[in-house]
Design a protein around this ligand. Structure first.
Ligand code: OAD
Length: 245
């Protein structure tokens, strides 16, 4: 993949970079995306049966089981060269914020530090009655346990459809998007709000938008550079030509 020279120059001289990632970056680690027509999670399951507060109320064991399987898989797989390239990028730049929609924790395991997890993290659980309990959870078996404080059921600490994103995390992501002079959108279909608004916000504030994806998305017509390819190949190359050549 050829990275345009003027993009390399822009990244080198930029003051602040923000990157938004989606399920596509973890696909090369062996995790399923959501909207792939054949392999995507939402091709096999209905989100309204597994990823809403109503589904959890109706059928907590089924929802808990779905997240057990995904938690187990997230712990089994390893970060890939795409995750490592973003961790490396952070070390070269003064201001770099990684905003992710992924709940798999692979960015942190790859060494990224400045990570905003918009949709939560599958290795944590919280009280379904919101009594304040949030705790690390690595067990990948069993059923939905009771909150030690109030007795309500514990649930995965992820954002479900119809729920608000954590307010402080979203505010920080919006600020990072507004401040960025280069904004990278990587491995996301750019369909789910409010994450999909972040590149738009960045562009409105003058940022150069770069998209890394296997295929065009709804965002593609608005980007300045479309780097077509696997994140695990494009991102290490971007780091190599920008800082290591
Ligand atoms: P999607 O499944 O919607 O999109 C994945 C994107 O990654 C697609 O555009 C693919 O073309 C692209 N892709 C796949 N493999 C890739 C690779 N190796 N390199 C680069 N790109 C690749 O996943 P998200 O956009 O992350 O939310 O979905 C957003 C949200 O919708 C998720 O966080 C989840 C889901 O419902 C909740 O559960 C709240």
């Amino acid at each position: 993949m050829d990275i345009p020279n003027n993009l390399v120059g822009l990244i080198r001289s930029s003051d602040s970079i923000a990157a938004l990632t989606g399920a596509g970056i973890s696909q090369e680690s062996g995790l399923r995306t959501f909207r792939d027509k054949l392999e995507g999670l939402w091709a096999q399951y209905k989100p309204e049966d597994l990823a809403t507060p109503e589904a959890f109320e109706r059928n907590p064991e089924v929802v808990w089981d779905f997240y057990n399987v995904r938690r187990l898989r997230s712990c089994e797989v390893q970060p890939n060269p795409g995750h490592f390239a973003l961790a490396e990028m952070e070390r070269y730049l003064k201001n770099f914020i990684l905003i992710t929609q992924n709940v798999d924790g692979l960015h942190s395991r790859a060494g990224s530090r400045n990570v905003l997890e918009l949709h939560g993290n599958i290795t944590r659980v919280k009280c379904s009655r919101n009594c304040g309990i949030i705790t690390r959870w690595e067990d990948t078996s069993g059923c939905s346990p009771a909150c030690p404080t109030c007795g309500a059921k514990l649930r995965p600490d992820v954002v479900w459809f119809g729920e608000m994103l954590p307010r402080d995390v979203l505010a920080s992501a919006m600020q990072a998007a507004r401040r960025s002079d280069v904004f990278l959108s990587i491995g996301t279909s750019a369909l789910v709000q409010p994450a999909a608004t972040l590149p738009v916000l960045a562009k409105q504030n003058g940022a150069v938008i770069v998209e890394v994806n296997l295929e065009a998305t709804l965002l593609t017509p608005f980007v300045d550079y479309f780097l077509c390819g696997k994140a695990g190949e494009v991102l290490p190359e971007l780091v190599r030509v920008t800082w290591l050549r």
